[in-house]
Design a protein around this ligand. Structure first.
Ligand code: URA
Ligand code: SF4
Length: 275
């Protein structure tokens, strides 16, 4: 093939890629609203599928081939990450992104391996980096209050993780290469725990799990899904500390989470034992 047609082909390929990007961004690719079905109706619980094992895909509707083309193909979970302990050990010695050089402790996440509910935050802050535990600083205290005082759950019965397992210096936003390097650990944790409901705290968690760039204010308030798991995006507790007026809105989201789990919703009619 001579240089002329080759250049032309390269131009066409570039144009196709640009079109695909436009489709991805305009359609919130990978984001699908779930119908409102009670958790009780959803099939579930039992042995967690081993990472790498065949898992249900979401078949693309045949009438939307461009969406199928744009749908994200998640990277496979590396072999060996099939228990929470194995994930934590891999994280502890991880040097896959530059954050390993500045961390004090890794923060893999913690909670019940059979949690029905999992929270996903952004990245460790100073307190978390020091202690090696997620959400133990000021934002963590607010999250703990939301879980315990608000939802009536114990912190130990849920699972709490972050997209990044090492602290970004100065708490700056995660960089795309850091998210890409670290995401397999979170995906492994999700495959192991297989919570019935996921709650993404803030835009970084929502964007990492949903492959969308939509603002959190537009994503929150209804269930989307991550690999078949209902996912509620809501505001990050750090944002709520700066914007306490939005706590009421976040609480609405958490009430939907409780309802989805079939748990009593404080303040709702019928809460406390009515049929
Ligand atoms: N903010 C987060 O996103 N995660 C933590 O663990 C602490 C603060
Ligand atoms: Fe590894 Fe994640 Fe830490 Fe980067 S942030 S070094 S990918 S564990």
């Amino acid at each position: 093939v001579s240089a002329g047609p080759r250049r032309e082909l390269a131009g066409i390929a570039r144009e196709a890629r640009r079109l695909l990007e436009t489709v991805r961004e305009s359609r919130w690719s990978g984001v699908e609203a779930l119908p409102e079905t009670p958790a009780a109706a959803a099939p579930r619980r039992g042995a967690a599928p081993r990472p790498g094992a065949a898992r249900p895909r979401h078949p693309a509707p045949p009438e939307a081939p461009e969406q199928a083309a744009a749908a994200r193909v998640p990277e496979p979970i590396p072999p060996g990450l099939d228990t929470l302990e194995a994930v934590a050990a891999a994280v502890a010695s991880c040097t896959k992104c530059p954050l390993h050089a500045t961390r004090t402790k890794t923060v893999p996440g913690e909670g019940s391996p059979t949690a029905r509910l999992m929270f996903v935050g952004e990245a460790p802050g100073a307190d978390e980096d020091e202690q090696g535990r997620p959400f133990v600083g000021r934002a963590g205290q607010l999250l703990t209050d939301m879980i315990v005082k608000g939802m009536g759950l114990a912190r130990e019965e849920v699972f709490i993780a972050n997209v990044l397992k090492c602290r970004p210096p100065g708490n700056r936003d995660p960089l795309p290469n850091e998210v890409a390097a670290c995401l397999p650990y979170l995906r492994a944790q999700l495959a192991i725990v297989r919570p019935e409901v996921l709650c993404a705290l803030g835009r970084h968690a929502a964007h990492a799990l949903l492959d969308t760039k939509a603002p959190i204010g537009r994503l929150r308030g209804r269930f989307l899904q991550y690999e078949g798991i209902p996912l509620m995006p809501t505001f990050h507790p750090s944002y709520l500390l700066r914007t306490p007026g939005d706590k009421k809105i976040a609480w609405e989201d958490l009430k939907l989470v409780l309802a989805r789990l079939g748990l009593p919703v404080p303040g709702a009619r019928g809460a406390g034992g009515g049929a």
